[in-house]
Design a protein around this ligand. Sequence first.
Ligand code: ATP
Ligand code: LTN
Length: 332
Amino acid sequence: MTRVFSGIQPTGEVHLGNYLGALRHWAEAQHENESIYCVVDLHAVTVRQDPDELRAKTLATMATLLAVGLDPDSCTLFVQSHVHEHPELAWLLECTVSFGELRRMTQFKDKSSRGGSDGVEGVSAGLFTYPALMAADILLYDTDLVPVGDDQRQHLELTRDVAERFNHRYGDTFVIPEAAIPRVGARVMDLQRPTDKMSKSTDSDAGVVMLTDDPATITRKFRRAVTDSEPEVRYDPENKPGVSNLLAILAASTSGDPATLAGEFEGYGALKAATAEAVVAVLEPVQRRRAELLEEEGYLLDVMSKGAAKASEIAADVLRRAHDAMGFVVVH
Ligand code: ATP
Ligand code: LTN
């Protein structure tokens, strides 16, 4: 059976990009494959987090995963820091990946350039080695497929390179994983700055549709979405990024095709209204369920604890295999 693994950071409110680019596909995959999903709290602390907020966001992210339809009886749901094999394997991979490979990662370049005038000097060393921890997450479960948004493509390539290098040096140890990137919705853009991806860590939320936004807020954000001065509704991401983003969101929310949908609208007003309506319809049941789950902290902790026990069983075996291959003395 195909093994699927993916992760989400508990760094803020889950947004429409996370949902259309990743979470929705996680929910579909759980019925067809053996699926394992992780709230990657160790990745979150590569940038500074307030401890009380991190705790609350980790619980809220788990509630969101359950609310989008992930079922702990059909998949494994756990929190990264509960399975100590993740940072342990990350160390072995940090010693396999090169400094140059990490330096070329665009996410590192983007996030470190937001750090102010001292640039990379002031960012954490963890932000730099982040991709090795991500590779460990994936390789620890003999993962075949990794459903992610388009922004993770480069990290997946690095994971494959590191796994191949390790296998070449030390003998067959890891399964080489593949990225599963959706055809539509893999790169939902910010509604105010349609050339930037919609992101949790952006300074203004006017262009970010949160999973917790009420219908009036969602409608307002779409009504104010930046488009262009040409009247024609056409799917052309390069020349018409704002309009194309709306068409992609509408297509992803209604299982349609962006270029075909373009022909159904005379003007931007109607397109914005239809997209807002489709998004409200998709998010409404998720929001209701999430609000209920947030009241059930005991249940969330129970899901986390059972998930960590299931994940640890697989992870311990694979880590032992990697230790053994590298020449560490393994005792039982
Ligand atoms: P940040 O921008 O703060 O790094 P994020 O919004 O990218 O956070 P993550 O937790 O890093 O959120 O990502 C969870 C999943 O959502 C990943 O698979 C990622 O590829 C996907 N994703 C994130 N943003 C988008 C987007 N704008 N469109 C489509 N998929 C996205
Ligand atoms: N880097 C990813 C989050 C992430 C992940 C993973 C995704 C950490 N570990 C393993 C897939 C598989 C991000 O920023 N979205």
